[in-house]
Ligand binder design. Structure first.
Ligand SMILES: C[S@@+](CC[C@H](N)C(=O)[O-])C[C@H]1O[C@@H](n2cnc3c(N)ncnc32)[C@H](O)[C@@H]1O
Length: 209
């Protein structure tokens, strides 16, 4: 189809000369840059949408916090270790490295952090670690030997009755920053290494629990 000279000049103005897009600031963005910008926007919007849906941002625990959480877990654990809300997967990975004879399962609903964790695992496989994309409130935890989590008060409130119903006596729960409602912890660690937020440790079946 023939393109008139005026149409061609209008198109050139809209998409820039050759492969670029002219922005209002008289800067040209190349096609590759535009794709990167759009991809970043989609990633950001998806992360934000899931943060609003779950009420918890995918904020990872720091290496110091992970070290203290690991210290609060028992030497030997009988059963699966769950990271409820495993985010980008760093805490579950640190646990899987230390507990090589336990199955470690990270449960995460937000697709971008979950995909990141899965991609890293595909590159550096670890047979005792899996990341499952699911709602942690719908997961059955009867086979848990230990649970770690870093969530928010509203999710902890929803999680508490589930932990009450499903966890076996002796199961250890280590929760960063936010406590399990109505449970009495056997340890509350506040250490410089992990920052000002407390880390709660509970053992199912112990007094107050
Ligand atoms: C603060 S991050 C913690 C990440 C990781 N556990 C760590 O310590 O590095 C909490 C994660 O929980 C996830 N999350 C919150 N509610 C969830 C739900 N109902 N089901 C699955 N994941 C959930 C969020 O998407 C977020 O990535």
């Amino acid at each position: 189809m023939a393109v008139s000279a005026s149409m061609k000049s209008a198109l050139d103005g809209a998409i820039g000369h050759g492969s670029g897009i002219v922005t209002g600031m008289d800067e040209t963005v190349t096609g590759a840059e535009a794709i990167v910008l759009i991809a970043m926007l989609v990633l950001g919007i998806t992360i934000l949408a899931y943060t609003i849906r779950t009420g918890v941002p995918p904020m990872p625990t720091s290496p110091g916090t992970r070290a203290v959480m690991l210290r609060l877990l028992p030497q030997q654990i009988d059963g699966v270790i769950y990271d409820l809300g495993s985010g980008w997967g760093g805490l579950a990975l640190a646990i899987a490295k230390r507990y090589q004879h336990n199955q470690v399962v990270g449960i995460e609903l937000s697709p971008i952090p979950w995909l990141f964790a899965r991609a890293r695992l595909a590159m550096w496989p670890r047979p005792n670690l899996t990341y499952r994309r699911a709602d942690l409130l719908g997961e059955r935890l009867y086979n848990a030997g230990a649970i770690v989590c870093y969530l928010m008060p509203r999710v902890m409130q929803k999680l508490a009755p589930k932990l009450d119903d499903e966890l076996r006596p002796g199961t250890v729960v280590v929760a960063y920053s936010f406590a399990v409602n109505h449970w009495r912890p056997d340890t509350v660690a506040v250490e410089a290494e992990s920052g000002p937020a407390p880390i709660y440790r509970y053992t199912v079946g112990s007094p107050g629990r």
